[in-house]
Design a protein around this ligand. Structure first.
Ligand code: ATP
Length: 367
């Protein structure tokens, strides 16, 4: 049995369905923590569009400081199309966090769960287990808040690729592929770019090749982003780890969510060298907020990713076990085929889905 350990978790529930999916996720975490001798202490922090509307601040300094002081950060969803800054852009503290904490590796697992209807009919799509890594601090998003508009006639957003961030991003991707290889995956990293057209991507690819040479035990290849768009729909099982620029990753990760059945199935982690934020791929989904229809699985699986990250970083076996227990409970909840979330055409909402996951954790604990 591993020793008892305490983690301070910063919780930013945010807007729309963010708080709705956060609450059951904390219940799930408390359940697995008790069994693995983990003391998880949750501190709830203000941030988001509703907070901005009330106070004029989207990410208060106190919240930022508390997030930095925590062992890990859990984020629900932030932003509301109806609440904007004076320049018309949406409130997005999740992007500010990525930039401020240098969370360059956006990890987006694309894993299908048995028992759920998914868009692709091919049986190989039922066993999908690939990972998309989205660079999350630069690329085209670097121009956020810095668009140059000339005489109301030309608008320019500049794409920035840096050697420092790219090296870290590719090293992270190769490390992840190596860990996956130990679990039976092929051990391949595919660099997704547009190097046939843009010099910035030729640079991105050159750095990828340099880092690939340091990892000869892994397969390294390249693909153009437009082709990856096609293959992610036609035969996504051909991939293992994909790594790409921020904007391309933003788009492809929604394709990945589609392959899993919907945004509510897609977890993610934004990881840097010191900090990490775990949040679902989805936004605040104002169209369903308050209706009890939000699928909490993306948030719950993001919390499992948090435990896995803490387990690897702090070399704590109990965290790794707790993370796996959550994933197994989610898989078991859907395996019987009766639990069908609203977004997949069913009638199971936040309460039913969370209760089913917690019931599976209970039955695994007493088995
Ligand atoms: P953002 O730009 O903030 O990431 P978005 O434009 O991608 O947001 P989302 O808020 O993610 O939009 O919602 C996209 C669609 O997916 C909406 O129809 C929404 O209702 C649905 N959706 C998102 N998350 C969930 C969820 N957890 N459960 C069910 N449906 C969801």
């Amino acid at each position: 049995m591993t020793s008892r350990i305490r983690f301070d978790i910063a919780v930013l529930p945010g807007d729309g369905i963010g708080p709705e999916v956060m609450q059951p996720t904390i219940e799930v975490l408390q359940q697995v923590a008790a069994a693995q001798r983990l003391d998880l202490s949750f501190v709830h922090l203000d941030a988001g569009a509703a907070h901005y509307q009330r106070t004029g601040e989207s990410l208060p300094t106190e919240s930022m400081d508390a997030a930095r002081a925590a062992d890990a950060i859990l984020l629900g969803a932030m932003g509301m199309p109806s609440i904007r800054y004076p320049d018309g852009t949406e409130i997005a503290p999740q992007l500010e966090l990525r930039e401020a904490l240098n969370l360059y590796a956006g990890v987006r697992p694309i894993r299908t769960i048995k028992g759920l209807p998914i868009p692709l009919a091919d049986p190989r799509a039922q066993n999908l287990d690939i990972v998309l890594i989205r660079e999350s601090t630069e690329g085209l998003f670097k121009s956020r808040n810095h668009c140059e508009i000339v005489d109301d006639a030309i608008a320019r957003d500049t794409l920035e690729i840096t050697r420092t961030t790219s090296e870290r991003l590719f090293d992270f991707s190769f490390r992840l592929a190596a860990r996956r290889k130990q679990l039976g995956h092929v051990g391949r990293v595919t660099c997704v770019d547009k190097s046939n057209v843009l010099g910035s991507f030729a640079f991105f690819r050159k750095i990828f090749d340099e880092r690939a040479r340091l990892n000869p035990e892994l397969i390294a290849d390249h693909a153009y982003v437009d082709a990856v768009g096609l293959w992610m729909v036609k035969q996504p099982w051909m991939f293992d780890v994909l790594v790409t620029e921020n904007m391309f990753g933003d788009i492809l990760s929604d394709v990945g969510a589609g392959l899993m059945g919907g945004m509510g199935m897609a977890p993610s982690a934004d990881i840097g060298d010191e900090y990490a934020v775990f949040q679902p791929c989805h936004g605040s989904a104002p169209d369903i907020a308050g209706e009890g229809k939000a699928n909490p699985i993306a948030m719950i699986l993001s919390a499992a990713m948090m435990l896995e990250w803490l387990g690897v970083e702090r070399q704590h076996e109990g965290c790794l076990v707790a993370g796996r227990q959550i994933v197994n409970a989610v898989d078991a909840a859907f395996a019987e085929g009766y639990l069908l979330p609203y977004e997949l055409g069913g009638t199971a909402g936040t309460v039913e889905i969370s209760a089913a996951v917690i019931a599976k954790l209970d039955s695994a604990a007493t088995a």
